[in-house]
Design a protein around this ligand. Structure first.
Ligand SMILES: [Zn+2]
Ligand SMILES: [Zn+2]
Length: 166
């Protein structure tokens, strides 16, 4: 199975706006709660550095979780998985185990054929509806070959060498 390329910029765009807003509110709310209620109630509050560090850390973790939940909610949809089910699983399975399971079992992204716009399985070499070629294939057996391969990994046919001299 081909590994999909991870581009952080493209993945960040998957996070929905409601998750970003929730993350910001959570972060701000935690700061407010610490400085408005928790620290004033302390008889012996910790040094100022720790008074700043704790709420920032707790707020960051909660904000990150909110973003990740939003990511899973949208990402499951574009992979043809059950969005509600996976959103609930990552929220309610403790210790982030739901997230680990999600990233282990999530289905590959589906491809859209640039020629006929059909949604196809990412493993295919040709579009099933218009025969568009998604990758270099062996002229004999049509198996996918990497651009650098000299021989077809499936049938052994020598590929037309571009840079390799034999
Ligand atoms: Zn097509
Ligand atoms: Zn072949």
């Amino acid at each position: 199975m081909e590994r999909e390329k991870f581009e952080i910029g493209r993945e960040i765009k998957v996070v929905p706006a409601w998750a970003v807003v929730t993350a910001i509110l959570l972060f701000a709310g935690i700061q407010f709660a610490f400085f408005r209620w928790l620290w004033p109630a302390e008889q012996h509050p910790p040094p100022l550095a720790l008074q700043v560090f704790f709420p920032v850390m707790v707020g960051s973790i909660l904000a990150f979780l909110a973003l990740l939940i939003g990511y899973v909610n949208r990402d499951a949809g574009r992979r043809g998985m059950n969005r509600t089910l996976w959103t609930l699983l990552v929220i309610f399975i403790p210790n982030a185990i739901g997230f680990i399971i999600y990233f282990l079992v999530r289905r590959p992204l589906r491809l859209q054929c640039p020629q006929c716009k059909a949604v196809v399985d990412p493993q295919v070499n040709f579009c099933p509806s218009c025969r568009f070629s998604f990758r270099q294939t062996c002229p004999q057996c049509k198996a996918a070959v990497d651009p650098g391969d000299r021989f077809c990994p499936k049938c052994g046919l020598e590929q037309k060498a571009e840079k390799v001299t034999s």
